[in-house]
Write a protein that binds this ligand. Structure first.
Ligand code: KIV
Ligand code: ZN
Length: 517
């Protein structure tokens, strides 16, 4: 159940930072359009605040935040900025287009972080006063974060939080930057701030937890019990290192255990599964099978005792229904005789609403798959929908033709035609196996100095005709990108995933050109 009275005592604001902290995970690069798509899904699902990026970081980030701000509907659009005037100004320039903009500014306040800019406690306190006041002069909605708050001396934390509130911050976010705290301590910290800091009752306290010790969800919920009313989180728990608090976990925990956690959010939980899939696809971070709420096995019952219990009464082993998070209850098989209407209805059940043109395009790919694969399962359709290598209209590189020779006699070879910037180029290359030969062929046609850091194949469903989803992660000068593709032919999926990663790298090169500031 949702409640849109955001000031109600039991209402917890959901602040999603998938597009900022999530995108900071090494390899989780998202293109401009992918960011717009995710922001739209977040807005539609009822997330209260979307942290859309770090506008000073690059022109690409700035443009994405500005565009998300322009397109925003109900959500507050927030941008991140360091405690520097040019950062804050740049952030404002991007978020000001939103109906409800927010500037989020932060500085590291723990002893370790204070040492980096070499500021003593008084100098840092002055800087906090100046930067928060500056942000507040630009925008009515200002969030301030003392980075590494959980390792900051309590007296100093109280002092700087009070300064930020007096300077005009409307939300005080308490980050556990290195995932160091534990639930009781997380709660005590919020209680301590609420009781000691003058003016604390006039602002919203927020919790921002990292998952290094696997406690990010527990720590966030403990902070809420102590009085925090905003949770910062990401879809699938994406984020730096071990990630952030997972949105789906806190939302469902407060729903399912509302008896002991009587708080509400504005999130429509039935949209969780769809956005989880999109984020996994565009970030290239597969969701672990046993991940709470959104993992493939989260609702699977394998043992006989469990299956028997489930058939008699689902509540025996299920604390929530698959449909609560937008999973369809049945896995009806589709095939080559299935028509366009059946495909549309099945995709709707899976959470995809398609326009006529989109449906036409997906139907062509569905038919091509059905020609090669007798039974098409939900997971096949999801793979079809999330195959980033097929959204290729603007891609500079495209796989046009591939034939490989493989078998017991080495060397294996690949005959490849790539379309590069609209022109076809052909090559035959050899390699140690068909995938190696194919990748050598791509390199022959489009030379580059990237390092392949991950090549991963997984079968979408069971059977020898199953589609393979291939993920390829590559690195160039510290920049990491991931490409993904699915096909019943593993080598074709590999070629497309590799080319997909290269296309992302080209976007990334553009994006990281130094900003004109
Ligand atoms: O983890 C952290 O401290 C952050 C801040 C920038 C809020 O992400
Ligand atoms: Zn963080």
């Amino acid at each position: 159940m949702t409640n849109n009275d955001k000031s109600a005592q039991d209402r917890v604001l959901i602040f999603d930072t998938t597009l900022r902290d999530g995108e900071q995970s090494p390899g989780a690069t998202m293109s401009h359009n992918e960011k717009l798509e995710i922001a739209e899904l977040l807005d539609d699902m009822g997330v209260d605040i979307i942290e859309a990026g770090f506008p000073i970081a690059s022109d690409g980030d700035f443009e994405a935040v500005a565009e998300i701000a322009k397109r925003s509907k109900d959500a507050v659009i927030c941008g991140l900025s360091r405690a520097q005037f040019p950062d804050i100004d740049r952030c404002w320039e991007a978020v000001k287009h939103a109906a409800q903009p927010r500037i989020h500014t932060f500085i590291g306040t723990s002893p370790l972080h204070r040492a980096i800019p070499n500021l003593d406690m008084d100098q840092m306190a002055d800087l906090i006063h100046e930067t928060v006041s500056h942000a507040r002069n630009l925008c009515d909605n200002v969030q301030w974060s003392p980075m590494d708050a959980t390792r900051t001396e309590h007296d100093y934390l109280c002092r700087v939080v009070e300064i930020a509130i007096k300077a005009g911050a409307t939300t005080i976010n308490i980050p556990d930057t290195v995932g160091y705290t534990a639930p009781r301590e997380s709660a005590d910290l919020i209680s301590m701030l609420l009781s000691r800091v003058p003016g604390a009752d006039k602002v919203i306290f927020s919790t921002h937890c990292h998952n290094d010790l696997g406690m990010a969800t527990a720590n966030a919920l403990a902070a809420v019990e102590a009085g925090a009313r905003q949770i910062e989180c990401t879809i699938n728990g994406l984020g730096e290192r071990a990630g952030n608090t997972a949105l789906e976990e806190v939302v469902m925990a407060m729903k399912v255990r509302n008896d002991i956690m009587p708080y509400r959010t504005g999130v429509d939980a039935t949209k969780i599964m769809q956005i989880s899939r999109v984020v996994s696809t565009v970030s290239g971070f597969p969701v672990q099978f046993n991940k709470a709420i959104v993992g493939k096995n989260a609702f699977a019952h394998e043992s006989g005792i469990h299956q028997d219990g489930m058939l008699k009464n689902a509540e025996t082993f299920e604390i929530m229904r698959p449909t609560d998070i937008g999973l369809s209850e049945t896995n009806l098989v589709m095939g080559k005789h299935s028509g366009r209407a059946a495909l549309r209805s099945k995709l709707n059940d899976l959470g995809y609403e398609l326009g006529d043109n989109q449906l036409k395009d997906v139907f062509v790919r569905f038919k091509a798959l059905a020609d090669r694969k007798k039974e098409i399962y939900d997971d096949d359709l999801i793979a079809l929908m999330t195959d980033t290598s097929t959204n290729a209209a603007n891609d500079r590189l495209q796989v046009k033709f591939l034939r490989v020779i493989c078998g017991t006699e080495a060397p294996q070879s690949a005959d490849l035609t790539l379309t590069i910037d609209g022109k076809d180029h052909q090559i035959t290359a050899k390699g140690d196996g068909p995938v190696d030969a194919t990748f050598n062929a791509v390199k022959g046609l489009f030379p580059h100095d990237t390092k392949l850091v991950l090549y991963q194949v997984h079968a979408v469903t069971e059977g020898t005709d199953a589609q393979a989803t291939v993920s390829v992660r590559m690195e160039e000068g510290g920049k990491i990108v991931t490409g993904q593709s699915s096909d019943t032919d593993t080598v074709v999926a590999s070629a497309k995933a590799y080319v997909n990663a290269l296309n992302k790298l080209l976007v990334r090169r553009e994006k990281t050109k130094p900003a004109a500031v």
